[in-house]
Design a protein. Structure first.
Length: 162
């Protein structure tokens, strides 16, 4: 009996649906409005507290990376490839050892990441020319050394060898 009632209700719904059609242009316009609304979300209030920062950092996806020479201000490295940019970002997040703050003039590169959510993250790097040196990274008041593997990976990109 339940099956018969279910089938009858389903048939009634299907018959009613034939009379109510929505033009495809209306559906498309509605979807575009929803997409624009999602893009225009202001994330500013989230970054004003540590809980918001933690939430955003858990969903950070990078669109592109640019590295400029601090002294000359010229572009040294740029990638708009999201996978390569994400790899560069991830390499900077690996902390080999936290250090004390280094004077700003000692940093020779500024690194900027454009994130998928529409904001930017900036870092300063000290890259020593020798192959075995650790790269020093600073974000705000936090300073750390990268492991040798990541340091060499970054050094290779900046020198144009990779």
């Amino acid at each position: 009996m339940k099956k018969v009632c279910f089938v009858l209700c389903l048939l009634a719904l299907l018959c009613a649906c034939d009379e109510r059609t929505v033009p495809a242009s209306t559906v498309t316009a509605t979807m575009e409005q929803q997409m624009q609304t999602e893009i225009e979300i202001d994330l500013g209030p989230l970054t004003e507290n540590s809980v918001g920062e933690a939430l955003l950092s858990s969903i950070e996806e990078v669109k592109c990376v640019t590295v400029t020479d601090s002294e000359r201000g010229e572009l040294v490295y740029e990638s708009k490839d999201d996978m390569l940019s994400q790899s560069f970002y991830d390499a900077l997040q690996i902390v080999h050892e936290e250090t004390e703050e280094v004077e700003e003039e000692l940093y020779n590169y500024n690194v900027s990441f454009a994130m998928q959510l529409g904001f930017e993250k900036s870092y300063q790097m000290k890259v020593k020319p020798q192959q075995n040196g650790h790269v020093t990274v600073q974000e705000g008041e936090k300073t750390w050394l990268l492991p040798e593997t990541e340091s060499n990976w970054i050094r290779a990109r900046l020198s144009g060898l990779a």
